[in-house]
Design a protein around this ligand. Sequence first.
Ligand code: 13P
Length: 248
Amino acid sequence: MRRKLVAGNWKMNGLKASLPQVEAIAAAAAAHPGVDVALGLPATLIAPAVAVAGAMPVGGQDCHANDSGAHTGNIAAPMLVEAGAKLVIVGHSERRADQGETDADVKGKAEAGHRHGLDVILCVGETLDERDAGQAEAVVTAQIAGSLPDGADGAWLSIAYEPVWAIGTGRTPTEADVAAMHGAIRAKLTDLLGTDAASKLRILYGGSVNGANAASLLACADVDGALVGGASLTADKFVPIIEAAASL
Ligand SMILES: O=C(CO)COP(=O)(O)O
């Protein structure tokens, strides 16, 4: 049985003034030991957040495929580890779009994270045009085939299905569409890894998750958690999502 994971992605938000939110979210995580809770934070907040997060893992939102080198402005997995990170998000659609990251880039990043002992959340998702063209499952399964790290055989890896058109828009797919896509992702993972390994990986849903819709999204077949953007920035919005996961 896979434990539910409720992960927050703060994106390019958060100064030290937000540390009390981290502390409050960590307190809620401790109060719900049946659910895994984590936060993907700006790199500058990782170390100060670790100091107030107790047992709740925090991490970064990207890492380079290499451990060091001439890559101005990038961050390497060992740097995240040294700051106290326990996880890293890779392949978010905002980075695929803004930084032009390819599936091969994302694979290298995921492998770097794992090489340094980080849990990895690997994001995939189709655009609205791709969905309207009936290509959603083909696009997402191709992203998985191209970006799945070697050695993807354990609970350290989660796949986050985040339809681009649902991110920050207040729109979500129907429960039937979520279940169908998560089923297609599980089937693809089974093809690539075999039943045993594929059954260990969590598949998260992300895109406009909030306290009101979390329970129904998290109850869909093959949904093992959520990756939450806007509603993870404050405890008053994030804790109800943790509670929804705990209630299932
Ligand atoms: O991109 C997301 C998480 O990675 C989702 O963002 P929102 O929850 O703000 O839609």
